[in-house]
Design a protein around this ligand. Sequence first.
Ligand SMILES: [Zn+2]
Length: 91
Amino acid sequence: MNQESRPDECPVCGADVPDGAAACPECGSDERTGWSEAARYDGLGLPDDAFDYEEFAGREFGGRAPRRRHDRFWWVVAVLVLLAWVWFLAR
Ligand SMILES: [Zn+2]
């Protein structure tokens, strides 16, 4: 699943990392230690499922995480209410 995030070169020591390798053969870096940072920069704005927005926001904004999930929830509610209203008027 994470094979695509594996770099061709180890970002830590620069050694070639063979296809399918789970870790750098030179320095032993793997997705948990070494190159997960580099992979994150490559996929800027497109984090994988394990990405924790709350934790990220907490780090970025000093603990005052914007409540983005709730914003999205209320958007859905607003759209549903609007649709129901239009349906009611169109009868
Ligand atoms: Zn290495």
